[in-house]
Design a protein around this ligand. Structure first.
Ligand SMILES: Cc1cc2nc3c(=O)[nH]c(=O)nc-3n(C[C@H](O)[C@H](O)[C@H](O)COP(=O)(O)OP(=O)(O)OC[C@H]3O[C@@H](n4cnc5c(N)ncnc54)[C@H](O)[C@@H]3O)c2cc1C
Length: 388
């Protein structure tokens, strides 16, 4: 038997869940189809900036998420001896934008969104295997044989999106570096609450910040050839970062090997076409970007809100999806481009370019960085009302 629904969202990550909340709030018949058997949050910690907090506020989940987070007060880009290349105060920014910047465990973000989704909307164990837009409706087929007919389908199914493949979108490409990530139980508070530091070497970076409770989220990046693997992650990290400033060595040593994640950093070379006919893309499915600005999930939340508004105003129709795509195209392309540039800058290999970079960072970067961050967030907040 074929189920019928107005909006079928494929993928129950932060983008898909947020889109479901935005749509349920205006009474739209929506279902989220998630292939995982339960809520799963890979990737340790996450930072959410003021633009994302504005979305969470509109969705009614801000308080729940903020209670489980640590606010970001000060950001520092450092040299390997701990001296500060450029410092950044979050509080004036948060005040100006009317919402904080926070860090939390990914699982807390997903749980905070999922608990607000009404029963029966989110279905686990539902892996999309095929989809067809017949013009009058979209037919979705799932691995367990189930079939769904929807007025529109939203691909929020992440970087390897099947919905994007259906729309003829491109494959992700390798950025040139890998990311290691972990959560560390910091009873002795190795990283002060409110501080986020990122230390820049040549072709590598290490960063740490507190997330909710007493946990520290740390991450590292390394330029390595595509496809390389590492079965001795802590040893690799100690070789590269063991002599850097405290508490870097201690964080790596105190984290069990099995808790250290390692992923190629991938991105879409350019954002996919955001809508065609009765299908649209949102979040990483549409514009997976490098993590250098900490904006991937934030921009996905923006997408979710704008998509919800488009469908609320123009119905579950191709017209609504077209308007959504028009409202989002430039915004997502710009953030992805800025993030890519920031990564190239951060992962510089050549010693002389590195010296030039550090000199520029310590003399010029503060106002430039502050302006970049502020305009990125302001544009994000403004973009939420693009269709009003
Ligand atoms: C190292 C690193 C650090 C990052 N740090 C930050 C940060 O600090 N701040 C920030 O804002 N962003 C950050 N990001 C980006 C952020 O992780 C992503 O942008 C965000 O998780 C994307 O959410 P999403 O819901 O669009 O996709 P995903 O989180 O990938 O969710 C997609 C969902 O779809 C499901 N799915 C996939 N295929 C199917 C299918 N066929 N059928 C059904 N379900 C399916 C998956 O199981 C998954 O649950 C970082 C990324 C990386 C790699």
């Amino acid at each position: 038997m074929t189920e019928r629904v107005a909006v079928a969202i494929v993928g129950g990550g932060s983008t898909g869940l947020a889109a479901a909340l935005a749509l349920r709030a205006v009474g739209v018949d929506v279902r989220v189809y998630e292939r995982a058997p339960r809520l799963e949050a890979l990737g340790a910690g996450i930072t959410l900036w003021s633009n994302a907090l504005h979305v969470l506020r509109r969705l009614g989940v801000e308080d729940h998420v903020v209670e489980r987070s640590n606010p970001l007060v000060r950001g520092e880009t450092r040299r390997v001896d701990a001296s500060v290349l450029v410092g950044f105060d979050f509080e004036p920014l948060s005040r100006a934008l009317g919402a904080p910047c926070i860090a939390l465990q990914r699982s807390d973000l997903l749980a905070g969104l999922a608990r607000a989704v009404p029963a029966g909307v989110l279905e686990f164990g539902a892996e999309l295997v095929a989809l067809e837009d017949h013009g009058g409706a979209v037919e979705l087929a799932f691995a367990d044989g189930r079939r769904v007919r929807a007025a529109v389908a939203i691909g929020a199914d992440g970087i390897r999106s099947r919905v994007r493949a259906h729309l003829g979108g491109g494959e992700p490409v390798y950025s040139g570096y890998v990311a290691y990530r972990a959560l560390h139980a910091s009873v002795e508070s190795t990283v002060p609450r409110g501080l986020a530091f990122e230390t820049w070497g040549r072709s590598k970076r290490f960063g740490a910040l507190r997330v909710g409770g007493e946990l520290v989220y740390w991450f590292a990046t390394l330029n390595v050839p595509q496809g390389s693997t590492d079965d001795r992650r802590r040893a690799t990290l100690l070789e590269h970062f063991g002599a850097w400033h405290a508490p870097i060595r201690g964080l790596i040593e105190a984290t069990p090997e099995a808790s250290v994640l390692r992923h190629d950093v991938l991105e879409l070379a350019r954002p996919a076409e955001l809508a065609r006919g009765r299908c649209a893309l949102a979040g990483d499915a549409a514009h997976a970007m490098t993590p250098n600005l900490g904006q991937g999930a934030c921009v996905g939340l923006e997408d979710a809100w704008v998509l919800g508004r488009a469908i609320a105003r123009f119905g579950a129709t191709p017209d609504a999806l077209r308007r959504y795509a028009q409202a989002r195209r430039e915004r997502v392309a710009r953030v992805a481009r800025d993030s890519r540039r920031a990564g190239r800058w951060g992962q510089v290999e050549s010693p002389w370019l590195g010296r030039l970079r550090d000199a520029a960072m310590s003399t010029l970067a503060r106002p430039v960085l502050a302006r970049l961050v502020r305009t990125t967030l302001e544009r994000g907040v403004a973009s939420l009302d693009a269709l009003e």
